[in-house]
Write a protein that binds this ligand. Structure first.
Ligand code: UD1
Length: 384
């Protein structure tokens, strides 16, 4: 392979839009810069997430460079958000003539940029391809299925992804099992994660509540299916309040959840002595909180994987997961919205009867390097 990137090949446009994209893109950009030859990139932020808490702070924590271009689409309905990203992304392609577009994950920006790219005949590369919850009520599932169907190259995090893709008629030569870039981020930041006590102090909360003898749990919830219906949110907050009597719980509250707790008048379910409400946390704060926790309760996709990599018990407040390896090999247990199951598994975990788990194959901190080497070779081979 040549030592310099061929002049005839344009940059790789790397797309981020929402919070869970940032920790996936950071190691990819570093690996592209370190590859021989270095792969030129242009970082495009669609602006789907725009708050300091949801975006800028994570850029700093993850040492992501400032985006070259910010499309500043902001919030909106799915249709509006997707359409705005598409409309604003197209001229970027006309101007910069990329060799390919790299998208990660399953947010609206992932699908929107994929559609624009493939229709202009520009190759699209999807990192974290092939994950399926088989629940089409989830917007992310629609984004995954459609992105994978039309993207040219599909990098996967676990072997089951290739079976899912085969079921959808996707040829095996488009699929490469490379491991998990999000775990690259986790392993490279583990040593500099922020201490939980410092995170609480910074939020003006006395860290004594973390209970050095018995520890604490961490909660995140933001899925529309859990937080958009008053009765569901009420029952989840109710069981979390019960659990908090045995173990103080630290909530990192997504703006959607915070808004709905207020809108539905559920603030009284928060026991301020035992349930610590924080705004969305930075990457290093969240990593430190998770790593020190006795249990994590979440509906996030990313936290299911991160807790498996950290060996921390995770109860997932969903009926299904697109990341089955975290259940089969990791520390994840699916508990859905079933209050009885949540209560039971939380009690088991606190009694020391939780899954120990092991690290899945290729979650070794080097996934982004494998993508860089493979993508450079693929782009050069296409050119010749
Ligand atoms: C999006 C992703 C989801 C991901 C989540 C992580 C899709 C379909 N969903 O969901 O997969 O797990 O991000 O957070 O792409 N808001 C702010 N500040 C922001 C961004 C959003 O206050 O910076 C508020 C807005 O009121 C907005 C709401 O949060 O309406 C939801 O944001 P949106 O980007 O539509 O979806 P998420 O629920 O964050």
């Amino acid at each position: 392979m040549p030592q310099l990137w061929p002049q005839t090949l344009g940059p790789v446009i790397c797309v981020v839009g929402a919070r869970p994209n940032f920790m996936k893109m950071a190691p990819i950009l570093r690996a592209f810069a370190a590859n021989t030859p270095a792969i030129p990139t242009l970082l495009v932020h669609t602006g789907q997430h725009y708050d300091r808490d949801m975006s800028d702070k994570l850029f700093e924590d993850l040492r992501l460079p400032r985006p070259d271009i910010n499309l500043e689409v902001g919030s909106g309905s799915h249709a509006v958000q997707t359409a705005e990203v598409m409309r604003r992304f197209e001229p970027v392609l006309d101007e910069h003539k990329p060799s390919c577009i790299l998208v990660v994950g399953d947010v609206n920006s992932t699908l929107a940029c994929t559609l624009v790219g493939v229709k202009k005949g520009i190759p699209v590369v999807h990192v974290e391809a092939g994950l399926r919850s088989y629940d089409r009520a989830m917007p992310e599932e629609i984004n995954r299925v459609l992105t994978d169907q039309v993207a040219d190259l599909l990098y996967t995090t676990e072997r089951s992804a290739a079976d899912n893709l085969a079921r959808e008629g996707i040829a095996g030569d488009r699929i490469r099992f490379v491991g998990n870039v999000m775990i690259d981020s986790l392993l490279s930041n583990r040593a500099v994660a922020r201490q939980p006590a410092d995170t609480l102090k910074a939020a003006g909360i006395d860290p004594v509540i973390l209970d050095t003898d018995h520890g604490y749990g961490v909660v995140t919830m933001h899925r529309p299916s859990n937080v958009d219906h008053p009765e569901v949110l009420q029952s989840l907050l109710g069981v979390l309040r019960e659990i908090s009597l045995s173990l103080p719980l630290v909530f990192a509250l997504h703006p959607r959840t915070k808004g709905n707790i207020e809108r539905f008048g559920l603030e009284s379910l928060i026991d301020r002595e035992r349930m610590i409400i924080l705004p969305p946390q930075g990457y290093l704060e969240m990593l430190g909180l998770m790593a020190g926790a006795r249990i994590v309760l979440t509906d996030s996709g990313g936290l299911q994987e991160e807790t498996t990599a950290l060996g921390i018990p995770c109860l997932t407040l969903r009926e299904n997961t697109e990341r089955p390896i975290t259940v089969e090999q990791g520390t994840n247990t699916m508990v859905g919205r079933d209050v009885e199951a949540i209560r039971h598994h939380a009690a088991e975990t606190l009694a020391g009867r939780s899954k120990s788990g092991r690290t899945p194959e290729l979650w070794d901190g080097h996934a982004a390097e494998r993508i860089a080497a493979d993508l450079a070779a693929w782009l050069m081979a296409r050119q010749s």
